[in-house]
Design a protein around this ligand. Sequence first.
Ligand code: NAP
Ligand code: MG
Length: 495
Amino acid sequence: MAKKYQNFINGRWCDAIDGETFENRNPADRDDLIGIFPKSNKKDVDEAVKAAREAFKEWRLVPAPQRGQIMKKIGDLMVQRKEQIAREMTREMGKVFTETMGDTQEGIDTAYYADGESRRFFAPSVPSELPNKVAMTTRQPMGVAGVICPWNFPMAIPTWKIFPALTCGNAVVFKPASDVPATGTALVEILLDGGVPPKAINLVHGTGSTVGSPLVEHPDVDVISFTGSSVVGRKIAEACGRDLKRISLELGGKNGQIVMDDANLELAIDGALWGAFGTTGQRCTATSRLIVQEDVHDQFVDMLLERTKKLKLGYGNNEGVDVGPVINEGQRKIIHNYVQIGQKEGARMLCGGQYATDGDLAKGYFYKPTIFTDVTSEMCIAQEEIFGPVVVVIKVKSFDEAISVLNDTAYGLSSSVYTNDVNRAFRAMRDIEAGITYINGPTIGAEAHLPFGGVKDTGNGHREGGWTAYEIFSEWKTLYVDFSGKLQRAQIDNQ
Ligand code: NAP
Ligand code: MG
């Protein structure tokens, strides 16, 4: 019998009001049924928002450092349950066990950071222009936060949103991606065991259209934090724009790694392999373009091909596996479609380009790591986010051309430059259009306490991670206290 999971709404575990359900299976083995989950709709969302609004009345008045103590306890519980969470996460979404351990560690770091931040919440006081008057600021919670997450970081991304939202004093309605509902459930269990008031965290399972949309459109939700594709992000932004609702968007990427002729090539290969094929290429920060200077191009490509051929595909909970499956059959078809487009566009495919079906791999959604060379920047495979184990190599003549190719994309999330020339490194840091630039490191590897996000179509100007996440979930309030005992008029009395 498959395990039956529930929503958590209004302080209790419950089925979807209409009683519908959906299945969740292991992408490395379709026969492995993880569980049956409630397929919720607007009615469930309405209940969840109502409960969150109720909880907000008291939660907002709890001193922030006390909320921080709960975050500390949550971090401790995550440490205790780390391996169990990671094993189930690998089973649920496919990336290898060391990576799901890392995903969980990011949640732990985010919890402990939240505890620290709860004692800071710095808000400047500045002098008033008038005598016997004080001017200061404070940070207020917003109310109900709607949190909508993708499946590729099933623990880290929800914690990036939920921990700051709760620490700021908001109540939360959380919709995990329907590909990873079990990890979402494990997180909510930890929040409750850590002492978050039950009605302040509500979990509603279901799809983007049946749960995500009603949450976005609910008039009593004050802020939406969304991570996912740019296509969906745009739709959500339109809906929130109509209601003047605050929204934070973390969207797609088409991240590039530049390799210059003066780079340490071994290091650049290590970075490229990890960046392109880690998490089976399904990271928003995945390296999907390698921009290589012509003098080292052929050598770099030979080394990359040799190392790529050695990557072992398989179930991520098994020892020695480098690359897991892709998330589902729909995504595998999209990846394969891009590969066919690349071939039609005239790019040269060096390896991969096929479903991997040997032995046990036939049970899951595996795709062979794929490298294209002879790619030019205007090709579709150099422009669109593929979100799978496919990397394109673009040959460039100079450093200036490398930067202009890197910037030639609608997205602007992560970027990387391998060079030993300090002048090139600093020019890259200044001139690359991206939210994140790594020097001599791959495009992936964000740390939880630094701002995370991108420019152009990657987002709308917010940054998660670190102190900037707290800006998303709080409102500034400005306070003036006049103790002069008379009417004082700013800009008038002082002319
Ligand atoms: P997605 O299809 O946009 O879905 C993201 C989430 O939104 C899921 O929970 C989805 O629900 C929900 N959703 C879908 N349509 C919706 C709608 N109309 N209204 C409200 N919610 C809706 O993205 P994905 O395929 O899960 O994730 C991959 C994408 O996320 C890539 O583009 C990747 O670059 C991006 N990403 C960005 C970051 C970043 O920080 N910049 C991090 C990770 C991933 P269901 O899936 O359950 O239907
Ligand atoms: Mg699944």
